[in-house]
Design a protein around this ligand. Structure first.
Ligand code: TRP
Length: 336
């Protein structure tokens, strides 16, 4: 599909976003990205992909690449990403992107990469052991976006410096070789960052402070039970402070207005304790997620759902990437 066709259909533009294959998605992934991705499908031409090459930058993430890719895509489908509306694909299935990455790397000064906050973090963590691929992470991310000539990139706040860098790389490349690529813009979702069950860090699988969308009701209850609440509420009779309590933060996402009011009042009056409060939260989460879980079970029982969604998506993505790369090689002046 070309950008012109989008205009004919009244679409706003072309979206691209991706996620590293982390397996089953958790409620932080859902509110941070997935929910937004689903809602963008009707107004944009959307491309969503599994960043499995990016997963290689941290090698311990490659053990279960295939399984994690399948589990993640199954969650995407169950959450409402629709292969009829969006192009769902896998980064490594369109290796043209690595070729573009190489060409972009030639117009990207090291200084730009060294300024990126994630580079500084990685340098602190790895020192001289930092791999070359990790340095070029945002260059590959730029290739991901522009090979499909996407103009809009829905991401979380932490990814904004990467998209800003993409714009600089595009300007440089276009300046050298002609106006080939649009300058992509980040689209920030209004969603709050979800804090994990430890009550301190952003929810993440690697910190094991997460609640999976596909968890069973029992698993969900068990996870909620471990949640940190207001640390000042040492005894059942102490009044609690919902505004500092992560259990309450999740009530605001999963519980009805009535339940929210009720627990807010009962917590501040100390008429319910944290244990009861958590029971109510687990119930709300389980009720909210049941339609997703049912859909996921349904999809799990059909053979090849993921393969079929990806086969089509990979093909569409690849056709566009091939066309872009022909244009790029021509513009650079390589022999034909
Ligand atoms: N860096 C993103 C993350 O860690 C994943 C990603 C790779 C991405 N390429 C992208 C996101 C292109 C948006 C656009 O979440």
């Amino acid at each position: 599909m070309s950008n012109d066709e989008n205009e004919i259909k009244g679409m706003k533009g072309r979206i691209l976003s991706g996620a590293r294959p982390t397996g089953r998605q958790h409620i932080g992934n859902y509110f941070g990205a997935l929910k937004n991705w689903v809602s963008l499908q009707d107004s944009y031409q959307c491309f969503y992909f599994v960043a499995d090459i990016h997963a290689m930058t941290t090698l311990n993430d490659t053990k279960d690449l295939e399984l994690n890719t399948r589990e993640m895509v199954l969650d995407w489908l169950a959450a409402g990403l629709d292969p009829e509306k969006s192009v769902l694909f896998v980064q490594s299935q369109v290796p043209e992107v690595t070729e573009l990455h190489t060409y972009l790397s030639m117009v990207t000064p090291m200084g730009w990469l060294q300024r990126v906050p994630s580079f500084k973090e990685q340098l602190r963590a790895n020192g001289d052991g930092m791999n070359y691929g990790l340095v070029g992470y945002p260059v590959l991310q730029t290739a991901d976006i522009i090979i499909y000539k996407a103009d809009t990139v829905p991401v979380g706040r932490d990814q904004v410096p990467h998209v800003e860098l993409s714009r600089e790389i595009v300007r440089r490349f276009n300046g050298e070789f002609g106006e080939i690529f649009p300058e992509p813009e980040a689209l920030l979702s209004k969603s709050p960052s979800i804090i994990g069950t430890d009550g301190q860090n952003k929810m993440s699988k690697s910190l094991d402070n997460h609640i999976e969308l596909a968890a069973t009701p029992e698993e969900t209850r068990a996870r909620v039970k471990t949640m940190m609440t207001d640390p000042q509420r040492a005894r059942r009779t102490d009044p609690g402070r919902p505004w500092v309590c992560n259990v309450y933060a999740l009530h605001q996402l999963f519980s009805s207005e009535a339940t929210q009011l009720e627990v807010h009042e009962a917590c501040t009056n100390a008429t319910i304790g944290c244990v009861e409060d958590k029971d109510l939260l687990a119930k709300s989460i389980n009720e909210t997620l049941e339609p997703f879980r049912e859909k996921r079970r349904e999809l799990e029982n059909k053979p090849n759902v993921v393969d079929e969604a990806l086969r089509e998506g990979n093909e569409k993505a690849k056709a566009i990437a091939i066309a872009t790369m022909e244009e790029v090689r021509e513009a650079i002046g390589f022999i034909k």
